[in-house]
Design a binder for this molecule. Sequence first.
Ligand code: FES
Length: 103
Amino acid sequence: MSDFTKVAQLKELKEVQVKGVRVNGEEIALYRFGDEVFATSDICTHEQCVISENYYIDGEEVECTCHGSHFNIKTGENTVPPAAEPLKTYPTKVDGENVLVEI
Ligand code: FES
């Protein structure tokens, strides 16, 4: 059964910014593109830096600025090392002003 949890309000999310939220023990990074929202793990797969506190966004990629790894925000794919593993991604929904993530 799907379990979407409200994690934020759409107005709290800004383009080209990352908002970190903690939900059910998971650390999640939220990214806004227009009225769409994407969610990945907020913990870099390289050396566990918190992405929402160490990032640079370029188009659909987020860079973890701790050591320069890049990830695709929509798929989690690791596109630039030193990380070697993708970020976990989470399904999202926008319902009016509410942003929900399936944990
Ligand atoms: S912890 Fe993110 S690149 Fe090293």
